[in-house]
Design a protein around this ligand. Structure first.
Ligand code: AP5
Length: 270
């Protein structure tokens, strides 16, 4: 089912100009003055591999000026730098299983202490186990990390067949991390990043076989995390099987509703 890189590149070439690229969508979502005072706070983007967490997180970064904290990207950064953590993570990631909770928790904790998280942040791909969720809840409660707003969680839903097509068609820029898809969001020049011209790559875990294992891991270990945040409230589901623009619009509407509800809860209890 996986398209060969050559065929994929040809397909991408065929499609040039027929699809709006993520970067042009992103440009349309630059911070609007009316919304610049909105404080997003901590946002969890939950969902199976390929639902669009990274794509949507990049748009939220542009819109609200808050950082994306992707544990997958942090781990891949460690692999690229050849750190001990990277060496431990590489083999696990190539099989579609999860890296140890303690390693990931410490990596996230260090990142949350950086100054750019003050207005909020988007956690993309974390927490992924109930232990990680409990660690995050306890950390945020204990450390009173700024911004002192409760976490809100958004879960993106897409069906299996669509996910498989997205995962096997994904290409990424190893330099600026822009995300493309040979089917739905090809670069302007086949195989090259629109932003910096770098050769696009395919992630080693974006094969059909590893995807199937990642989906099993999601069902066994991450679905309970979705249930955990659903039960806590401050949770919304978004249909991810629509255009990137429609998904970001639904996420922003959910975010506003969740923040308003949390604010009302706080004022009622005071
Ligand atoms: P990670 O990098 O987090 O991968 P993932 O969760 O499997 O998610 P993906 O990055 O694959 O997908 P996405 O939802 O971000 O989709 P994207 O926007 O790119 O994790 C990788 C590995 O690291 C794990 O397997 C694990 O080993 C380890 N790891 C990471 N975090 C961990 C943790 N907390 N604990 C333990 N281990 C951890 O979109 C996908 C494609 O679809 C793209 O091509 C995009 O262009 C396209 N697309 C997006 N939106 C749309 C749309 N609306 N319509 C059509 N196409 C779309």
């Amino acid at each position: 089912m996986t398209a060969s890189p050559q065929r994929a590149a040809e397909f991408a070439g065929d499609e040039v100009g027929r699809h709006e690229t993520l970067n042009s969508i992103s440009a349309n979502h630059s911070t609007a003055p009316a919304e610049s005072s909105f404080l997003p706070g901590p946002v969890l983007l939950l969902g199976a591999p390929g639902v669009g967490k990274g794509t949507q997180a990049q748009l939220l970064v542009t819109k609200y000026g808050i950082p994306q904290i992707s544990t997958g990207d942090l781990l891949r950064g460690n692999i690229a730098r050849g750190t001990q953590l990277g060496m431990q993570a590489q083999q696990i990631m190539s099989t579609g299983k999860l890296v140890d909770d303690s390693l990931v928790n410490q990596m996230v904790l260090a990142r949350l202490h950086e100054k750019d998280t003050r207005r909020g942040y988007i956690l993309d791909g974390y927490p992924r186990t109930l232990d990680q969720a409990r660690f995050l809840d306890a950390t945020l409660a204990d450390l009173a990390l700024a911004p002192n707003l409760p976490v809100v969680a958004i879960s993106i839903l897409v069906d299996f067949d669509q996910l498989l097509q997205r995962i096997t068609g994904r290409r990424i820029c190893p330099v600026c991390k822009s995300i493309y898809n040979v089917h739905s969001n090809p670069p302007a020049i086949a195989g090259r990043c629109n932003v910096d011209g770098t050769h696009l790559i395919q992630r080693p875990d974006d094969t059909e076989a590893v995807f199937i294992q990642r989906m099993k891991t999601f069902a066994e270990q991450t679905a309970p995390v979705v249930s955990h945040y659903r039960a806590l409230g401050r949770f919304q589901e978004v249909d991810g099987d629509q255009s990137v623009e429609s998904v970001i619009a639904a996420i922003e509407a959910s975010l506003l509703r969740l923040r308003q509800a949390a604010h009302q809860q706080l004022t009622t209890s005071n």
